[in-house]
Structures are given as structure tokens and as C-alpha cells.
Write a protein that binds this ligand. Structure first.
Ligand code: AVJ
Length: 321
């Protein structure tokens, strides 16, 4: 048995909460404090992210949607006929809705997401809007192995991983994830992936430092979530949002900067923050088209096709296993 954790009833905490606690304690104990970006997306965090996607400075979502709209028929034609379409980390179904009108012979659409409640409600709504589509949601963390619905065993598979979510992973982990998608989907599968592209630093910095400070609220909401779910006492005024593009590593880094020397307690465990010390909360890697192609190849995927917008801001790739 684990030692009892103050402020929490371990026996009552579901497995997901326990790994949240372990990940937070582990991240704050590291010499350079960090927290996994996947925990941004509680209800409020998901709402704030939706608001980010509508900001004038945040180009990725609207650019990717424009690519899907413009090349939808071509993208859809890359999927094996009669395939089961698996979306990794589906969240909102806004993106797949752009492809579904061109995918009339799908065996099923399988949205995979950890947020079970949101997953079910989105799946139901999609089923109402596409009555001939079989929707088979799977509540799972796509970074860990999971099983596809058994009735799809005989169908060819396609994967959909939009939004440049892959950018949240270090290149080595990103390659590992692409490899695990290949194993989940099987031989002959197609994977459609959205990848944000390297561009002018000023454009990237602005996208993560919006004037309305929605990204700052999104970043700080992680502390609010930790306070509420893990019995912590982060002072929200004691931390500020910091995001910048590192040109050498080709990634945006987001941090929460301690504005003073302070002590914070998480589930009874004290953590000291020096003034100016940061918690690294997110990486968002950007790729060139050849750079992404090389990453995909190294993970066992053949690069079949790429679509971009006229300004070269964002890319959608078709890969085959
Ligand atoms: C959802 C990971 C693609 O990295 O651009 C947006 C998350 N973070 N603004 C991104 C995010 C800050 C987003 N991804």
C-alpha cells in the first residue's frame, strides 16, 4: 500500500487522479521544475484552449481548418476504402467534421480521448449529425497502448492526429508515439497528421503571447487545477506566464515564473520557489516539411503527401505504414 497522502483519500482517488498527483510531485521535485502539458485540459482549460483557437494571433487552428476544407477530397482519397478512422486525442470533433462529408464508406469513426464525459457528448452529437456513421468512442490515453474496438479487426485502419499535438512531445518521444500509432493501426494503414511549421520568431512569439492574455490564463489554470484537485496552495498572483520561441530547438517553451521567493504545498508536500524560478509547462515543437518527413520515416512511416496553406504556416501530412 502507498503511504496515505494528506488532503486526499488515496483509496477513493481514481487511478487517473493518482497519476496526476504522481506526475505533479515528480515534476516539481525535478532540478528544473516541470509539469506535463496534457494536464492543461480540464473543463476550464479546454474552454480556454477553444478561446485560444479563435485569437487573432493564434494562426494554427484556423490555418489547419482551411487546409482541411480546401484539400478535404484529396486527403480523404488517401484513406484505404472501408477503413476504421481512429482520431488520437479527439477533443472537439470540429476537424474530423471537415473530412467526414468526403468519407462516405467508413467502417467506423473511433474518437480516442481521456476526457470521457466530453468524448461521449461529442460522439453523440456527431452521431446525430452523421446518422449513417458508426461512432465508437474509446476512453483512453493515446500515449499508452490501448485496444481498438474488436469489430474493426478486419477493417483497414486510418489514423487522424490533427492540431500539431505531436509538437508537445520531444522529437524522440514524438517518433515513439508515431511508432506506437503504426502498431495500433497495423500494416497498410494511413495516418493524417497536422504539424505546425517553423516560421518567423515574431509570429510564433505573438501566437503564444496574445494581447488578450488568454494563453496566460490557460497556462495559469494548470495551477488552479492543481490547487483544486490535489489540495495545493499555489498563489495565482505569485506566478506569471512566459512563452518564447527557441530557434535552436525549434520549439515554443511555456513557463510559469515565480514572482518572488515562496513556499507552495501540494498534497502536504512543500516546494520552495526562488524568485524568477520557473515551472516549464509546455513545449510546442515546430518542424520543416523535410524535418517532419525524416521524423516520420524514422518511426516507420512512408511519407505519401503534404498539404500546406499559401503562407506556409501549417502542414497536413499523409503517411502510410
Ligand atoms: C494543442 C499543443 C497544439 O502547442 O499550440 C496553445 C497548445 N499552448 N497555446 C500548441 C497551446 C498554448 C497547442 N497544441
Amino acid at each position: 500500500m502507498n503511504a496515505p497522502i494528506p488532503h486526499l483519500a488515496p483509496a477513493a482517488a481514481p487511478a487517473a487522479d493518482r497519476s496526476f498527483l504522481q506526475d505533479v510531485l515528480g515534476g516539481l521535485r525535478a532540478p528544473r521544475k516541470q509539469l506535463p502539458a496534457k494536464y492543461f485540459y480540464d473543463r476550464r482549460g479546454s474552454e480556454l484552449f477553444e478561446a485560444i483557437t479563435r485569437l487573432p494571433e493564434y494562426y494554427p487552428t484556423r490555418t489547419e481548418l482551411a487546409i482541411l476544407d480546401r484539400y478535404g477530397p484529396e486527403i480523404a482519397a488517401r484513406l484505404p476504402p472501408g477503413s476504421g478512422l481512429v482520431e488520437f486525442g479527439s477533443g472537439s470533433t470540429a476537424k474530423v467534421r471537415r473530412l467526414l462529408p468526403h468519407l462516405t464508406d467508413l467502417a467506423a469513426y473511433v474518437p480516442v480521448d481521456v476526457s470521457e464525459e466530453f468524448l461521449r457528448s461529442e460522439a453523440e452529437e456527431l452521431g446525430r449529425d452523421f446518422p449513417r456513421l458508426r461512432v465508437e468512442p474509446v476512453a483512453a490515453d493515446f500515449t499508452k497502448p490501448f485496444a481498438l474496438p474488436e469489430d474493426l479487426a478486419g477493417a483497414p485502419k486510418a489514423g487522424f492526429f490533427p492540431g500539431s499535438t505531436l509538437g508537445n512531445f520531444e522529437p524522440e518521444a514524438a517518433a515513439g508515439l508515431l511508432g506506437s500509432f503504426a502498431r495500433t493501426l497495423g500494416h497498410g494503414a494511413t495516418l493524417i497528421v497536422g504539424i505546425d511549421l517553423v516560421k518567423d520568431k515574431a509570429v510564433l512569439d505573438a501566437a503564444y503571447n496574445d494581447a488578450a492574455e488568454v494563453t496566460a490564463a490557460f497556462n495559469l489554470n494548470l495551477l488552479t487545477r492543481i490547487n483544486r484537485e490535489l489540495g495545493a496552495d499555489f498563489d495565482l498572483d505569485g506566478f506569471s506566464h512566459h512563452a518564447f520561441f527557441d530557434e535552436d530547438l525549434a520549439r515554443i517553451e511555456m513557463h510559469l515564473v515565480s514572482r518572488r521567493s515562496q513556499l507552495v504545498t501540494v498534497a502536504g508536500v512543500p516546494f520552495h520557489f526562488a524568485s524568477g524560478e520557473t515551472i516549464h509547462t509546455e513545449n510546442s515543437y515546430k518542424y520543416t516539411v523535410p524535418g517532419f518527413r525524416a521524423l516520420a520515416r524514422g518511426a516507420g512511416w512512408e511519407h505519401a503527401c503534404v498539404w500546406t496553406d499559401p503562407d506556409g504556416l501549417f502542414s497536413v501530412h499523409a503517411l502510410t505504414a
